[in-house]
Design a protein around this ligand. Structure first.
Ligand code: AMP
Length: 282
């Protein structure tokens, strides 16, 4: 496994010699790696000749300074996991490599800016779009791998690739969960034992709502019930629980079994913000 720190290093030492008809898979991450991240690496290894994983905690996508300051890091264990997975290259840029100066460019993803994550995390998708564009330009992958766990991010990256004509394929990988259903997330490391056990409400509310919708209950009734469940979970504070189109993120007021839909949820457990989603009609 080769570790590199700058785009020039990658492009002069490796990229040119690898490109002879070989495909490069790319997995961008912010580190504190778990099995969900490693599923993306496995998928890339299966579909591409070489796999590059980046680890970079991108300051510009954090709208909350405390969230950035407390974002977990674990470089040595991360490198060990990537080595064991058979990763070919790891890109570990400094902040000054990615941001020699503060970008003046801002990206606006239209409607996606105003709903759910866009509404609750102003500027977040601009930061994601800028860093992912920079990483795509540096690595020049044939395929890039993203997790369904961040469903709205997937919608944003799809728009980015179409609108800016990035010449690559996106591959979306299903959400990896703990045995009890909690979606794996680097932020789970920050939960204390009580928060960890009450965090299960994210997944249990999604599965409960799905079951009730498919059994014919109205979205309004389901939504009210879930709000009550959150109110009865003392360490959880719900931000949103919404039924949306999984690509455009239009919000639905009623459930239509003939229409593609997913439920997305965001909640704080103590000071830790977690998100999850579940397809209802894929
Ligand atoms: P992050 O390090 O949180 O920026 O995540 C890096 C990539 O891993 C993103 O494409 C995420 O959507 C994906 N990812 C994070 N958690 C999971 C999970 N539990 N299952 C699958 N993919 C995930």
């Amino acid at each position: 496994m080769q570790v590199f720190h700058t785009g020039a290093e990658w492009q002069t030492n490796w990229l040119k010699s690898l490109q002879n008809g070989k495909t490069i898979g790319f997995v961008p991450t912010m580190g504190a790696l778990h099995e969900g991240h490693l599923d993306l690496v496995k998928k890339s290894k299966k579909e591409c000749d070489f796999t590059v994983v980046s680890i970079f905690v991108n300051p510009t996508q954090f709208n909350n300074p405390e969230d950035f300051a407390k974002y977990p890091t674990s470089l040595e264990p991360d490198l060990k996991k990537l080595e064991e997975e058979g990763t070919d290259f790891v890109f570990l840029p400094d902040t000054s490599t990615i941001y020699p100066e503060k970008p003046v460019l801002t990206l606006n993803f239209g409607e996606l800016e105003y709903v759910l994550e866009g509404g609750f995390r102003p500027g977040h998708f601009n930061g994601v779009g800028i860093v992912v564009s920079k990483l795509f330009h540096i690595i020049k992958p044939d395929k890039a791998f993203f997790g369904q766990k961040d469903l709205q991010q997937v919608a944003v990256i799809k728009r980015l690739v179409r609108d800016l004509s990035f010449n690559l394929d996106l591959v979306i990988v299903p959400t990896r969960r703990e045995i009890d259903g909690l979606a794996m997330s680097s932020r789970n490391l920050r939960l204390n034992p009580d928060e960890r056990s009450q965090a299960l409400i994210l997944y249990s509310s999604l599965t409960k709502a799905k079951g009730e919708l498919l059994a014919g209950k109205s979205w309004l009734d389901v939504h009210n019930q879930i709000i009550q469940d959150f109110n009865e979970t003392p360490l959880a504070k719900l931000e949103y629980f919404e039924l949306v189109h999984p690509e455009h993120f239009t919000q639905f007021e009623t459930f239509d079994p003939l229409q593609k839909s997913s439920i997305c949820v965001a909640a704080f457990l103590g000071s830790v913000r977690l998100i999850d989603n579940l397809p209802i009609i894929p």
